[in-house]
Design a protein around this ligand. Structure first.
Ligand code: ATP
Length: 322
């Protein structure tokens, strides 16, 4: 478990992390997301014991990284954005080296064999790291994080620079590691958190602006209150009818062609979280405008993110997740 409590980091007078608190529960994969300069790296660096905090606490499995860094670091496997690998070593030599550095007491051969199996690098273990593809070097980076079997895994931008196939492989690897570890990963790739994470913590200007599942974020942000309709009838009549519906803020005709005569598609935006489908249905039916199709528009995580960092919505979720 990772607990961040009232964490503050000042660089001189620059408040990089402004009293943030959140928890990553055992067995959870949490995405730590934010725009450039939001405070992600600063938080990750404090979490891994690389930077000191101005105030607050970071507990790893109950141990304060600032008070007791050696014991806390034993519980952490860290993969920085640039994997800390030695290109002139073979994979096996490097993992043996990391094992020695971490002073692990597990059975060396068995433990490293197991890690190689988990991250699927057994077949390249005798090759020089410098001769491996970027995706495989990243796997070696994951392998070093797993040495010593730490309960907490911290990954910084783990898929940056990989090709699409490698990205999918690495995401699957993170998901499988999440079954036996507590994982926090920082990323600015929004689809990544959607694909991999159980929960998302969004930081903006040093403050937590959301701490929720992707589904909850969708509800909180309100950006999903758009619907797409296919309606039979004159577009001007349809648009003016839609605009009479209480809660509808916008109705826009789409440039889509259909086989049916006088059939058009529209995007309707509503102001609140109320489901206005019933009102739209009866309003159009009263004017004999037949709805042929009605679907809620799924908001992309990009829309949600922009809405969160732009106007600070989701304040209700600020702070811990408990
Ligand atoms: P990015 O995605 O661009 O890496 P980030 O979310 O990781 O951004 P941080 O690197 O943590 O953000 O930076 C947070 C704030 O602290 C920014 O305003 C940054 O300029 C500032 N900052 C970071 N490191 C230092 C430093 N060593 N000295 C002074 N200010 C710093």
């Amino acid at each position: 478990m990772i607990e961040i409590k009232n964490l503050v980091k000042l660089y001189g007078t620059n408040l990089a992390v402004d009293n943030i608190s959140f928890t990553v529960n055992d067995g959870e994969i949490v995405g730590f997301l934010g725009p450039n300069g939001a405070g992600k790296s600063t938080t990750m660096n404090i979490l891994t014991g690389y930077l000191s905090a101005t105030d607050g606490e970071c507990l790893i499995g109950g141990i304060d990284i600032l008070q007791n860094p050696i014991a806390a670091k034993k519980k952490i496997g860290y993969l920085p954005e640039i994997p800390p690998v030695y290109l002139e070593m073979t994979v096996r030599e490097y993992l043996n080296f990391v094992y020695d550095l971490k002073k692990s007491t597990l059975n060396k051969k068995k433990h490293i064999d197991e890690i190689c199996e988990v991250v699927k690098i057994a077949h390249v273990q005798h090759r020089l790291i410098g001769n491996l593809s970027k995706g495989y070097r990243q796997r070696v980076g994951f392998a070093q994080a797993l040495v010593g079997n730490p309960e907490v895994l911290i990954f910084d931008e783990p898929t940056v620079g990989l090709d699409p196939v490698q990205i999918i492989e690495i995401r699957n690897l993170i998901k499988s590691l999440g079954k036996n570890h507590t994982v926090i990963l920082s990323t600015h790739i929004l689809s990544e958190v959607q694909a991999v994470c159980d929960r998302i913590v969004v930081i903006n200007k040093g403050k937590i602006v959301a701490n929720a599942t992707a589904k909850e974020l969708d509800d909180i942000s309100g950006v999903s209150s758009k619907s797409k309709l296919k309606v039979l009838g004159n577009p001007d009549t349809v648009i003016s009818a839609l605009k009479t519906v209480e809660g509808v803020t916008e109705a826009v005709l789409l440039d889509e062609k259909f086989d049916e005569a006088d059939c058009h598609a529209y995007i309707v935006t509503a102001d609140g979280s109320d489901d206005i489908r019933k009102k739209i249905f009866f309003t159009l039916a009263a004017r004999e405008l037949a709805i042929l199709n009605f679907e809620a528009c799924a908001s992309s995580i990009e829309d949600i993110f922009i809405s969160l960092v732009k106007d600070g919505k989701a304040e209700g979720t600020e702070g811990g997740n408990n």
